[in-house]
Design a binder for this molecule. Structure first.
Ligand code: ADP
Ligand code: ASP
Ligand code: MG
Length: 435
């Protein structure tokens, strides 16, 4: 039974944790192990890249010293015979970072710098497995994870290459999450938190029986444990529910992860590296049929709402098409939408092209823009025939101003737009009153 196991930043964050990861990999007989960078590394590399852009050499050296201390401690605590090989690898990575910083060319150099974290952990971990007598083979993910001009992964090419690469049934393969090659042939990445997505794509490519995402918490909780007290793990979720929660901010899993697994019917397990015996969450095709129930809540920050008021909308057709075309032209996805007779409100999480969008929307009507909002999404069995579900949600947060409500698009979710400053209170109130 082939399995793809992915371990996140905390799971590979120290020598001690990497040893736990090795035990899990052997116990689960992982076909492919996908690793993130050690926790804190990608953040540091992003800062190095920003410092390279602004020419702040002192800051670059300070961050490299911090990373050097971190990786040296890990290597010394983990390896015996391969210490010098691992340190040479580490110094090579730092040289690459210094060179890219010195000859900084925006996007391209930034991607080279940011890729070094995953390249290092995967190399060090493979050395450790080999020292333990394991037939471990390191694969270079950018050789087979390739994106096209739209930033989408070429899944056919991935399948073709990866199936050939992992043909030795007696080997365990280790590779990097997050990183890839773009259509220009340069190193690139799948976006922050993208290692989960890498694992899902690889699982789909080799038709794995299971994709396991190992992290620092016992599965998907019913609410965001970073902001809410007394959350609890959910043992099972459907793909659609998990996708909805991930999309609306449940950080435990990257939103793109679910689609490839759903498409190929591959169950996704969310497990805790620090407590491997804990059951975690299984995400699969199975739909739980408890009617009338709230399963979980998630929230997504950084939401901008755009309100368009236009008398031209009254009784007219084709108005919304014109609005959508403007967002399409600027490659900006819309998250939520509500309409009234003469106005429409939309939310976006990517404000990059907002100025241009606003200018074009002005031709359609009066525009109002508000930033610093959050979408709170409640997922569960919210069948439209059931009475009182929406009332129960609204009643539990009756002291909080709600700016938009989206309900009825599916029987799975109810989403609301609130001010970000009210988020913690909203999440806690929903947790206390709905579960
Ligand atoms: P990794 O580095 O392993 O990818 P992440 O930090 O990306 O880990 O995701 C795990 C974290 O997600 C948890 O530590 C937790 O704080 C956060 N999180 C947010 N929402 C949820 C949720 N609904 N259930 C579980 N964890 C969540
Ligand atoms: N290391 C990358 C990040 O921090 C990718 C990942 O962890 O999934 O975003
Ligand atoms: Mg993550």
């Amino acid at each position: 039974m082939s399995k793809v196991l992915k371990f996140g930043g905390t799971s590979v964050g120290s020598a001690e944790n990497m040893k736990k990861v090795a035990q899990i990999v052997l116990q689960e007989k992982a076909t492919i192990t996908v690793l993130s960078a050690m926790s804190g590394t990608t953040d540091a590399l992003v800062k190095i890249s920003a410092s390279a852009k602004s020419g702040d050499k002192a800051q670059i050296e300070e961050l490299l010293t911090m990373l050097s201390d971190k990786y040296t401690t890990c290597i010394d605590g983990l390896l015996e015979n391969s210490v010098s090989e691992a340190k040479a690898k580490m110094n090579g990575a730092f040289e690459t970072i210094r060179n890219a910083s010195a000859n900084y060319q925006d996007y391209k150099s930034e991607r080279v710098i940011i890729s070094q974290g995953e390249l290092l952990t995967s190399a060090i971990f493979t050395m450790y497995l080999k020292e333990q007598g394991v037939n471990a083979i390191l694969l270079n993910a950018p050789d087979f994870v390739v994106t096209n001009e739209d930033g989408k992964v070429d899944t056919c090419g991935l399948k073709e290459k990866l199936v050939q690469l992992v043909s030795d049934k007696n080997a365990t393969y280790v590779t990097q999450g997050f990183i890839c090659t773009n259509y220009k042939g340069d190193i690139d990445n799948l976006g922050r938190g993208g290692s989960d997505y890498s694992a899902a794509l690889m699982g789909a490519a080799i038709e794995a029986k299971e994709v396991q995402i190992w992290t620092d918490i016992d599965g998907m909780h019913n609410n965001d444990p970073r902001f809410v007290e007394n959350t609890h793990p959910i043992r099972h979720m459907s793909f659609d529910e998990a996708a909805e929660l991930a999309y609306f901010g449940a950080k435990i899993i990257h939103p793109a992860t679910i689609a490839p697994c759903k498409e190929h019917g591959i169950p996704v397990l969310l497990k805790n590296t620090m407590d491997p015996a804990a059951p975690g969450t299984t995400i699969s095709n199975r739909e739980d049929n408890e009617a009338n129930s709230f399963h979980a809540v998630a929230a997504k920050d950084g939401i901008t709402v755009i309100r368009i008021h236009s008398a031209r909308m009254l009784m007219a057709y084709g108005f919304l098409r014109k609005v959508f075309e403007i967002f399409e032209e600027h490659k900006t996805p819309i998250d939520m939408i509500t309409t009234s007779e003469v106005s429409v409100s939309l939310t976006v999480d990517n404000p990059e092209h907002l100025d241009k969008i606003e200018k074009e929307l002005c031709e359609l009507g009066n525009i109002e823009i508000e930033r610093d909002n959050s979408i709170v999404c409640i997922v569960g069995h919210l069948d439209h025939k059931d009475v009182g579900l929406a009332a129960k949600v609204l009643d539990s947060i009756k002291d909080i101003p709600i700016k938009m409500i989206s309900y009825g698009a599916s029987h799975r979710s109810l989403a609301m737009l609130i001010n970000t400053k009210d988020k913690q209170h909203t999440l806690q109130s929903l947790n206390d009153k709905l579960f």
